[in-house]
Design a protein around this ligand. Structure first.
Ligand code: PBG
Length: 335
């Protein structure tokens, strides 16, 4: 590491390049663009549904007609991608989450609708069972509520294939089972989906900041105070993320994701410097809720705090960023 002992005042005055707006623009190292944004959206059954989510002011559960309006907005703002998450009716939840791979299921229907109207918009679909299980876990559980790995991977693989058949561009396993990337990649190749991307939630931490999301998809009550500590990563660990990412790359991931974003920027930087693969970050529901609540209380300026948070995530090394603020940010960038 260079020590910079030869840098001396007043030969060097750091403030020289900060003197004017145009000088600052010339030396800026990071820039946020609309190309970096991915909008996560919640889809529900029905028509003309637009339900607000208490812990996520400004975000809605929408039926497919509403999602299509949202997709149109994303297209007009030049936002490249939408990530869709389903709210599954109670009657369709089960112990093994088999609704997840119903070829006529809610997500599969939504993919078809979006693709037929907006083929250019990239669709990212979540591969995980938590919206579909009566117990709210991301996989199949045994009698001790332990999430079983290998049989879960089989179901996740069917789920991923059903998304590919419906026309999704990117499947995004967010479940943290071991070996699921390899199994999904194999199945995609076998079924001639050579160009379906896998965005692996490679380093996903067992975070309390997913709370509002679990409200949004109504899995919180199902989870009944349980946690996901036996599959998601321990927030105390950093080196472990390198092995997670290495495995997923070797198994066939095209892009890896770090989640949450703001409190795990050290991990983003570490992964970015270690591997030559696109790194995405997910500014999760709790991070959105925090910024939103502070702004609504008048404690922070909404635009300034959101933009600073996104710039920081970008600076740390992420290219694509999933953020519930994507639409607002695109408007601000266009101003
Ligand atoms: C489900 C999933 C979660 C999120 C994305 N996919 C929740 C969880 O793992 O409990 C969280 C997203 C957010 O908080 O915005 N596997």
């Amino acid at each position: 590491m260079k020590k910079y002992t030869d840098i001396n005042f007043p030969a060097i005055r750091m403030r020289r390049t900060r003197r004017s707006d145009s000088l600052r623009r010339l030396v800026e190292e990071t820039n946020l663009s609309v190309n970096d944004l991915i909008y996560p959206a919640f889809v529900m059954e029905g028509k003309n549904q637009n339900e607000s989510i208490k812990s996520m002011p400004g975000i809605y559960r929408q039926s497919i007609d509403g999602i299509l309006k949202t997709a149109e907005k994303l297209m007009s703002l030049n936002i490249p991608a939408i990530a869709i998450f389903p709210i599954i009716d109670k009657e369709k939840k089960s112990n093994d989450g088999k609704e997840a791979y119903n070829s006529k299921g809610l997500i599969q229907k939504t993919i078809r609708h979006i693709k037929s109207k907006f083929p250019e918009l990239t669709i990212i679909t979540d591969v995980a069972l938590d919206p579909f299980t009566t117990h709210g876990q991301d996989g199949i559980i045994d009698g001790n509520n332990y999430v079983l790995n290998d049989i879960t991977v089989e179901i996740l693989t069917k789920q991923a294939i059903s998304h590919a058949e419906a026309g999704t561009d990117i499947v995004a396993p967010s479940d943290m089972m071991d070996g699921r990337i390899g199994s999904i990649r194999n199945a995609l190749e076998k079924n001639n989906f050579h160009n379906t991307l896998i965005l692996s939630y490679a380093a996903k931490y067992a975070s309390c900041f997913y709370g509002p999301f679990r409200d949004a998809v109504r899995s919180k009550d199902n989870l009944a105070g349980g946690n996901k500590n036996n599959y998601q990563m321990d927030p105390k660990n950093s080196d472990e993320s390198l092995r997670e990412v290495a495995l997923d790359i070797n198994e066939g991931a095209d892009i890896v994701m770090i989640k949450p974003a703001m409190m795990y920027q050290d991990i983003i930087t570490k992964i970015k410097s270690e591997f030559a693969i696109p790194v995405f970050a997910y500014q999760v529901s709790g991070e959105y809720a925090m910024l939103r609540a502070a702004a609504d209380a008048g404690y922070l300026d909404y635009k300034d705090s959101v933009m600073e948070s996104l710039l920081s995530i970008k600076r740390s090394g992420a290219s694509g960023i999933l953020t519930y603020n994507a639409i607002d940010i695109a408007h601000w960038l266009n101003e």
